[in-house]
Design a protein. Structure first.
Length: 156
């Protein structure tokens, strides 16, 4: 049985809520938009037998409050948050999965030495059926979705 550990990390201008489960190489899962750590619960449970799965609530969303809600949020701040979270949790390069292309891509450019492999999944608004299916499969922890994700992240 996988135990989920929850904690917070203090970063400039915010406090980040995060969850860690499993063991093995670190796999950071970054949600798009207002998605929080819980959006990865289904798939994270199944990946935890091979990875230390880290998911978090991005600054200003869900359980990661901003010190100043009026402060402008920039992608660089979110990228720095992900970098600091990984620096807190591991010393080796990590796998990163992001649903939404900009964050992992931006961070990869800034800190390539921190990433073993990054996969960015973008929901295409014209593919509403596919996006619903992926979400439904993720919630169920579908083995097929797990296999595809592991393959994309590890390059195998």
């Amino acid at each position: 049985m996988n135990v989920t550990q929850v904690d917070t990390l203090r970063v400039a201008g915010a406090s980040l809520y995060y969850e860690v489960r499993g063991s093995g190489p670190v796999l950071l899962m970054i949600g798009a938009g207002a998605a929080d750590a819980a959006s990865f619960n289904g798939i994270a449970t199944h990946l935890a037998d091979q990875y230390t799965v880290v998911s978090y609530d991005r600054r200003g969303y869900s359980r990661s409050p901003l010190d100043d809600p009026e402060e402008e949020q920039r992608i660089e701040m979110h990228s720095d948050d992900a970098h600091r979270l990984l620096a807190q949790l591991c010393t080796e390069p990590a796998y990163v999965f992001g649903s939404g292309v900009s964050q992992p891509s931006c961070w990869l450019c800034e800190s390539p030495e921190s990433i073993r492999r990054a996969v960015a999944r973008r929901s295409d608004s014209s593919d509403k059926t596919g996006s619903r299916k992926v979400k439904k499969e993720n919630e169920k922890g579908n083995t097929c979705a797990r296999t595809v994700l592991v393959s994309q992240v590890t390059g195998t």
